[in-house]
Structure formats: structure tokens, C-alpha cells
Design a protein around this ligand. Structure first.
Ligand SMILES: Nc1ccn([C@@H]2O[C@H](COP(=O)(O)O)[C@@H](O)[C@H]2O)c(=O)n1
Ligand SMILES: C[C@@]1(CO)OP(=O)(O)OP(=O)(O)OC[C@H]1O
Length: 159
């Protein structure tokens, strides 16, 4: 089999006093996301989708949240390392697709920047990066602005 599919999901709580980083882009917002790294939930979901496709353990296995090396880590670096781990095992990404669930801020105006950042980190062309945003229609903690979540899928091919 030369093609594999993977799925990833991540959620981080919002908090004051931290930058809001999503898909490698920093948003102007009065809140950020809580986490050990930069807490970029979208990029973490993408990492897990890619790792899952290759049958590898999840992001926390490769970059433990107990390791000071990853304190405030740039998740684009983690994504680059995930791509390298796949390549070492003979896999390359074909395309990825993700959905960000956030009540605010408005993501759509910055989607192109986010796709460009993720294309750079994955080595994929921009048109192989799918990215959408939706609110949670006011329901549960995401709807109340207390958290931001992301779902992602990735297709990989044997090199
Ligand atoms: N944080 C968000 C959420 C949504 N969008 C855009 O708005 C459209 C409508 O959102 P619904 O939750 O009502 O589906 C959605 O299709 C996105 O284009 C956004 O930019 N940022
Ligand atoms: C990214 C890592 C890095 O330590 O930490 P967090 O920013 O806490 O993110 P999470 O998705 O909860 O866990 C994965 C960890 O690998």
C-alpha cells in the first residue's frame, strides 16, 4: 500500500497573557492559548494526523510536555520535525486538511497566511493545504470562547 490516511485532534483552553498562535500565525487578540508549547492547536492536530498516517505515536510522545526543551516551543518547528520523522521512515505528505473551531477571532482574513506558513513547514504546495474555520455556534466551552479546537486529516505516500 503506497497511500495512508491519518486523523488528528487537539484542543487548548484560552487564557490571558499569552500570544494566540494558530497555524503558525500570531493573531492580535486579548487572549492566547494555554499549553506547554506555543499551544498552536491547529498545528498540533496536523502533526497528529501525519503521525497517525504513518502509524507513529502522537505528538506528546515525540515532544513530551514535561520536557523543558518544548516550553513555549514554536509548533512550526515541531511540524518540521514530524515531516522529517516521516521522511526517515520513507513517507512524504500528499495533502492535509483541517478545520479550526473558534468562536473568535475571525480566522478567514488570515487563512492565506496560515496556509503559507503550513506549506513552508510541510514542504507542500499551498494548494495541498486545506484550511477552514467555524464557530461552535455558542455551544459548550468552545462556544463560550474558553477553548479553541482543531481537527485534521493527512494523506501520506510512500517515497
Ligand atoms: N473563528 C472563525 C469562525 C468562522 N469563520 C468564518 O465564518 C464563517 C461562518 O462561521 P459559522 O460558524 O457560522 O459556520 C465560516 O465559514 C468561516 O469562513 C472565521 O473566519 N473565523
Ligand atoms: C506540543 C506539546 C509540546 O510539549 O505541548 P502542548 O503545547 O501542551 O500541546 P498539547 O497538544 O497539549 O501536547 C503535545 C505536546 O507535545
Amino acid at each position: 500500500m503506497n497511500l495512508r490516511i491519518g486523523h488528528g485532534y487537539d484542543i487548548h483552553r484560552t487564557c490571558p497573557g499569552r500570544p494566540l498562535v494558530l497555524g503558525g500565525v500570531t493573531f492580535v487578540a486579548d487572549f492566547g492559548l494555554d499549553g506547554h508549547s506555543d499551544a498552536d492547536a491547529l498545528t498540533h492536530a496536523l502533526c497528529d494526523a501525519l503521525l497517525g498516517a504513518a502509524g507513529l505515536p502522537d505528538i506528546g510522545h515525540f515532544f513530551p510536555n514535561t520536557d523543558p526543551a518544548y516550553k513555549n516551543a514554536d509548533s512550526q518547528i515541531l511540524l518540521q520535525r514530524v515531516i522529517a520523522a516521516l521522511r526517515e521512515r520513507g513517507w512524504a505528505p500528499v495533502n492535509v486538511d483541517a478545520t479550526l473551531i473558534a468562536e473568535k477571532p475571525k480566522i478567514a482574513p488570515r487563512l492565506a497566511e496560515m496556509k503559507a506558513a503550513l506549506a513552508k513547514s510541510t514542504g507542500l504546495p499551498v494548494d495541498a493545504i486545506g484550511l477552514k474555520a467555524t464557530t461552535n455556534e455558542g455551544s459548550d466551552d468552545i462556544g463560550r470562547g474558553l477553548a479553541i479546537a482543531a481537527h485534521a486529516v493527512a494523506l501520506i505516500r510512500k517515497i
